[in-house]
Write a protein that binds this ligand. Structure first.
Ligand code: ATP
Ligand code: MG
Length: 612
């Protein structure tokens, strides 16, 4: 429950709406409470009149044998026979009842319009807040938490909290108003009968709370199973190529059927509980009505209350049962909201490990990079990927980083982008510690091609111009030409406006890679360029094309080019050979060949592979 206090500032933000909502709830119930009184009044008038005219309940006309029929006829005669004034009174009461119900209904409409609308505003604010916070968090956070979990907290959990800020609060205020009004008038009519009649209601609330908790638990399990089922189906569709080529359709269907059966069994069990729920609620409500009539009858025979009071109380009970049963599910709704808010808070209170320091400075990068004794250990796995790494790069220098898989090349790129900060040692740009630069400015000045390509469900042009404010058609085209992907894009059905992604064209691995390269090349002003193994999926000829255009692009830029394959054609100023996070060798291509170490071996193997 404590967790829900953290959203109180939203109530403060929407306080006028909330106050107005409370006012409407009170008004709704004020008009509703007139109904039982009016009904009681009508009954009392009729009874009174019947007694006055000497009619003590015996049929005055010989009707059919059916007793109910007799009663009905007698009732009609009582109302219409020579009793014009009584008839008018009843008619008037009826019209009043209708008008009062309309007014009450109107206020109920306004009540929902204020309180439920408030909850939607809060939901909107909360979603945006969480999204904004997600974007601030560092990569370490995303490594630990799964996408599904993040999605759940921003969607499912927020809507559960909304059940608290909207319906739960509305029902709660409503309950207070209904109980307040009806108990006040009940006590005024007959305190003893009030106590007898109200006695079973707490039992009703507790039963409903209990059953509701069971239902919620079951639906949660079903929700989980459903998500398994969806994931299973989704994976089968997206992996259909692999499934078909490995002839695993039957096995996949087996998995699906298993999940599907579990889902069905749980859904059936929930249906059973729900089937018991409503009838037992009706039973409890029926019992309290019965109790009212029985206890009321004794009180009438005592002469303590009038007939009208019994009717009045029966209507009160009808009015109270819904709000009282709402206590049960309001309570479980609040419980669930608290659990959800706890999950939301967990993320909201996570601070990004990498962030702007308070005294961060603006700095236009010149291209100088200085690693001083940098070591880095991935926080959640404890793998030390970079060890005592020292390297000075002059502005405009072109560096290649080569090394076996897992030697820490991509980790170097992550450190340069400040996706992570070094565990020890220091990274400086032009002599300024990276940690004291403005994070967004630093990243904005680096052109980066990641090792794993990610394209958005957008047009080709949209993907290339991603994050560049003035990415006009000409700039996009130039970048695509430099990345040697322009010709292929021209052949797509809609050229640069072709959609990429699930509902668009399927690109080859190499095409994706080159679009990703174009996305980096379009940022012409960046003084630093980092390419992480971005030519692995293109053939030798395309590779040459790209390297040639890179020459022009890389002029006056500092370049860190991470690669598996050694490009002997490209004149790097220096080649760094990484091994288990340390620099094993460094120098020019010729230097390293003369050294006859790791690099020479790599080169030799590559030559053998290409010449066959
Ligand atoms: P490749 O040539 O295959 O791309 P690499 O040289 O780029 O390899 P890195 O990705 O830097 O290698 O990985 C270095 C080490 O750090 C590996 O042992 C790897 O398992 C580990 N590692 C890489 N990324 C992470 C991560 N996000 N979380 C934890 N450990 C990681
Ligand atoms: Mg890598």
């Amino acid at each position: 429950m404590k967790q829900l206090l953290s959203i109180n500032h939203f109530f403060w933000k929407y306080r006028w709406r909330l106050l107005l909502g409370i006012l409407f709830v009170v008004l709704t119930n004020y008009f509703r409470i007139l109904a039982p009184q009016l009904t009681g009044y009508v009954v009392n008038t009729v009874v009174h009149q019947a007694e006055a005219s000497g009619n003590t309940g015996k049929p005055v006309v010989n009707g059919a044998n059916d007793k109910n029929y007799d009663l009905l006829v007698q009732g009609i005669i009582t109302v219409f026979d020579r009793q014009a004034s009584l008839g008018k009174r009843i008619l008037f009461s009826g019209i009043t009842l209708l008008v009062v119900a309309l007014i009450s209904g109107f206020f109920m409409f306004l009540m929902r319009q204020t309180i439920i609308v408030m909850s939607r505003h809060i939901e909107y604010d909360q979603k945006n807040g969480i999204y904004r916070h997600y974007q601030r968090l560092d990569m370490g956070f995303y490594k630990v938490h799964q996408t599904g979990d993040l999605m759940n907290r921003i969607a499912e959990d927020v809507s559960r909290v909304r059940m608290y800020t909207g319906p739960a609060i509305m029902y709660f205020i409503n309950l207070a108003a209904v109980i307040g009004f009806s108990v006040f008038f009940m006590l005024k009519s007959d305190p003893v009968l009030t106590l007898i009649v109200l006695a079973p209601l707490p039992l009703l609330a507790i039963t409903i709370y209990y059953v509701n908790t069971i239902i919620n638990k079951k639906s949660e399990r079903i929700q989980g199973l459903l998500s398994d089922l969806t994931t299973n189906a989704q994976e089968s569709y997206s992996g259909i190529r692999v499934i078909k080529s490995f002839v695993q359709e039957k096995a996949m269907f087996g998995f699906f059927k298993q999940n599907s059966t579990a889902y069905r069994d749980n859904a059936l069990s929930l249906a059973k509980t729900e089937a018991i729920y409503f009838p037992s609620m009706a039973l409890l409500i029926g019992l309290s009505t019965l109790l009212t009539i029985m206890a009321g009858a004794f009180r009438v025979l005592d002469g303590s209350v009038s007939m009208g009071t019994i009717v009045e109380f029966v209507v009160y009970i009808q009015m109270l049962t819904f709000p009282v049963s709402a206590i049960g599910w309001t309570a479980s709704m609040i419980q669930r909201a608290a659990a959800s808010q706890k999950r939301i808070n967990e993320f909201l209170h996570t601070e990004p490990r990498v962030s702007n320091s308070t005294d961060a400075v603006s700095h236009t990068l010149l291209g100088g990079i200085d690693f001083r004794d940098v070591s880095f250990t991935y926080p959640h796995t404890g793998i030390t990927a970079i060890k005592d790494f020292s390297l000075q790069v002059r502005p405009g220098e072109r560096i290649a980083v080569v090394g076996r898989t897992g030697s820490g090349k991509s980790t170097l790129a992550q450190l340069l982008l400040r996706t992570y900060d070094p565990s020890s040692g220091m990274l400086l740009y032009d002599g300024v510690p990276a940690t004291s630069l403005r994070l967004e400015e630093l990243r904005g000045q680096i052109s980066y091609v990641p090792q794993d390509v990610f394209l958005f469900s957008d047009t080709v042009a949209g993907n290339i111009g991603f994050g560049v404010a003035d990415a006009n058609g000409e700039r996009v085209r130039q970048a695509a030409v430099q990345a040697s992907v322009h010709n292929e894009i021209e052949h797509f059905s809609a050229g640069y406006d072709t959609m990429i992604g699930e509902r668009g064209v399927t690109l080859s691995g190499g095409q994706k890679q080159r679009i990703s390269i174009a996305r980096a090349l379009i940022r012409k002003e960046s003084p630093i360029v980092i390419f992480d193994d971005c030519l692995s999926a293109v053939d030798a000829r395309t590779e040459n094309e790209i390297i040639n255009s890179l020459y022009r692009y890389l002029q006056d830029k500092t370049a860190v080019i991470i690669t598996h394959r050694i490009f002997s054609l490209f004149a790097f100023d220096r080649i760094i050979v990484l091994d288990e996070g340390r620099i094993a060798e460094q120098g020019t291509h010729e230097d390293l060949l003369h050294l006859n170490g790791l690099y020479a071996k790599m080169y030799e193997r590559q030559q053998e592979e290409t010449t066959g």
